[in-house]
Design a protein around this ligand. Structure first.
Ligand code: NAD
Length: 295
């Protein structure tokens, strides 16, 4: 099967590489030529834009930053809609607003093009290992047809409902991750200020009820003062914007999320937008006048 892949960033590049490893033929596109060249060196074909990708493949995956990028690549000039044949499918694995997924799907369906919204969780390490979690919205029969393609990049692929439901699940995921990083930052700064070695506190509590995937991924980064992304603060702010807009639309107040959003806004002003979201700890460092690092 020939698969189109558009968006070869931190996540898209390793995901595309895993599809090649699994034996799929790939046609790739990105604005960054070096990312395209890397995939071409592994056997992929390159294309100029969504239109050209779609004219060469019936299955097109997108892994782009946000709703406007997916709208442009899918529906804009030189977009997928101009090149795709009826019966093709767009599997959008970007994290975007559920409403945008529904709008894009509506436009594509008028040309007989199917769509799944299939955002992922797990970050770069799991994208590299092919062990992402994928949450999928769309028609169940389309999900069943392309399950194996998505499973090539993932440990779990779960159907959650109609188009937009995948991104709704992803927004829930991003709320839990944001609040969890803030909780971990708050707790470990307490340990530091109380004069107890944060590394030992981590070892003591990680196996109990407080332990989490977030704690295991982010506390070692914080203690190493390694804030290389990973998942950038700017992208998490993008997700929380989508969360808050969606929550207001459905009447689900999110007081804690709003507070963590303001923490992210504050550290962005300090130049942390392009850092990993574990840099939330820097907000606590500022208000506590201490640095969280290994003793
Ligand atoms: P990224 O910024 O590293 O990659 C995005 C890529 O899209 C870039 O290579 C960019 O050049 C390309 N692009 C943008 N507009 C384009 C266009 N018009 N045509 C072709 N290419 C275009 O972002 P990322 O970290 O890979 O994230 C991608 C998506 O996955 C986002 O929605 C993000 O929220 C989500 N996500 C990221 C992570 C993570 O840990 N990084 C984890 C889960 C989900």
């Amino acid at each position: 099967m020939k698969i189109g892949f558009i968006g070869l960033g931190i996540m898209g590049k390793p995901m595309a590489k895993n599809l090649i490893k699994a034996g799929y033929e790939l046609v790739v596109a990105d604005l960054v030529q070096s990312a395209v060249d890397e995939l071409v060196a592994l056997g992929a074909e390159s294309a100029e834009n969504g239109k050209e990708v779609a004219s060469k493949c019936n299955v097109i995956i997108t892994m782009l930053p946000n709703s406007p990028h997916v709208k442009t690549v899918a529906l804009g000039e030189g977009g997928i809609i101009e090149g795709a044949k009826p019966g093709s499918v767009l599997i959008d694995m970007s994290s975007i607003a559920p409403l945008a997924s529904r709008e894009i799907c509506g436009e594509l369906s008028q040309k007989g093009i199917d769509m799944l919204d299939a955002p992922v969780s797990g970050g770069e390490p799991k994208a590299i290992d092919g062990t992402l979690s994928v949450m999928v919205g769309g028609k169940k029969e389309v999900f069943d047809k392309y399950y194996d393609v998505m499973k090539t990049m993932a440990a779990s692929v779960v159907y959650v409902g109609d188009i937009g439901a995948g991104n709704t699940a992803k927004l829930c995921n991003q709320v839990v991750v944001a609040l969890n990083i803030a909780a971990v930052s708050e707790a470990f700064m307490l340990a530091k200020k109380a004069g107890v070695d944060p590394e030992l506190v981590y070892q003591a509590i990680r196996g109990g009820l407080a332990g989490s995937t977030v704690m295991d991924a982010k506390v070692p980064m914080m203690l190493d003062r390694n804030f290389n992304p990973g998942f950038k603060i700017d992208l998490h702010i993008k997700d929380l914007n989508n969360v808050i807009e969606t929550s207001h639309g459905v009447g689900a107040p999110l007081p804690l999320t709003a507070q963590v959003m303001e923490i992210m806004q504050a550290i962005k002003l300090d130049g942390c937008g392009i850092e990993d979201h574990s840099s939330i700890v820097k907000y606590y460092e500022k208000i506590s006048n201490a640095i969280l690092e290994r003793e």
